[in-house]
Design a protein around this ligand. Structure first.
Ligand code: TPP
Ligand code: SF4
Length: 271
């Protein structure tokens, strides 16, 4: 029997996985093991599967994923640090048929942009918000973020985060789930194949919600920043599981639609 050659295996009919057509050929600039590239891939796959490439607009952040617009072939806007939900709101309101999503790190969404984040969700904007929580400011050198864990060493907390000085880590996703404008709030990760699949389902649901006009869909992805944390990618995944998941538990926090306030409206109360 003839020996099996590589050319016998690499054939279109044997293909089990391929990069989404919506991902460009630009090489990703992320560190090895970084979660950003995995989440980009999932967003591209969802847009391709829903066949909404022409109708989707992304709002790129400031942070390591600032050049996200180079990787996914859709229309993009670039927002100043913290302002992505406000920019997404404006675009969605004048183009209500578009699928609009924002993408931000924790420094962007939960520090400088806290106000924009809270108010966009409280208004129930029909946008998708994707939040990469890697417990640090990755791009600028691994400084402490609001989401940094107690005791976590960063370049600005060399002795570990101290609650007396730095306050508590911020569970912004729990706060957002309490807001009436939130339709879908979930916390995911992409550190194992099973978690990647779950995260993709969540992203798909969020985009589908956007077409139903039921309020804001918010996805936190608990992530690693091995360069900022100064450990290798495998150790970073383990550190995240051991230290972040107990405080940032994975799963859905709200799955429905924005709250009805009809019973409390002035007209109703007058009757
Ligand atoms: C208004 C403003 N303030 C500060 C900065 C500097 N800056 C650039 S990226 C960044 C932090 C990014 O961290 P994060 O949002 O968590 O994203 P990551 O890099 O971790 O993905 C900061 C503070 C800026 N570009 N603009
Ligand atoms: S610094 Fe951190 S967040 Fe930025 S690309 Fe590297 S691993 Fe990813």
């Amino acid at each position: 029997m003839a020996e099996l050659q590589l050319a016998d295996i690499i054939k279109p009919e044997n293909k089990v996985y391929g990069k989404s057509k919506i991902m460009t050929d630009t090489p990703l600039h992320y560190c090895y093991g970084c979660s950003h590239g995995v989440v980009h891939k999932l967003i591209a796959e969802v847009i391709e599967e829903l066949d909404i490439q022409e109708e989707t607009v992304g709002v790129a952040p400031v942070g390591c994923s600032v050049m996200m617009y180079n990787y996914i072939d859709i229309d993009w806007m670039e927002a100043a640090h913290g302002r992505a939900p406000a920019v997404a709101t404006g675009y969605k309101r004048v183009n209500p048929k578009k699928y609009v999503f924002s993408y931000q790190g924790d420094g962007d969404l939960a520090a400088i942009g806290t106000a924009e984040t809270m108010h966009a969700v409280n208004r129930g904007e029909n946008i998708v918000m994707i939040f990469i929580n890697n417990a640090t400011y990755g791009m600028t050198g691994g400084q402490m973020a609001p989401t940094t864990m107690v005791g976590q060493v960063t370049s600005t907390s060399p002795y570990g985060r101290n609650v007396d000085i730095n306050g508590y880590p911020l569970r912004i996703t729990e706060l957002l789930a309490m807001l009436p404008g939130a339709a879908y709030v979930t916390r995911q990760s992409v550190h194992t194949p099973a978690n990647v699949r779950k995260c993709k389902k969540a992203i798909r649901k969020a985009f589908e919600n956007s077409a139903k006009n039921i309020g804001t869909s918010f996805i936190e992805v608990v992530s690693t920043c091995n360069s900022g944390w100064k450990i290798d990618p495998v150790a970073a995944n383990q550190w995240m599981e051991e230290n972040m998941f107990p405080f940032y538990p994975l799963g859905d926090l709200k799955d429905g639609e924005r709250d009805s306030f009809e019973q409390f409206s002035v007209q109703k109360l007058k009757k």
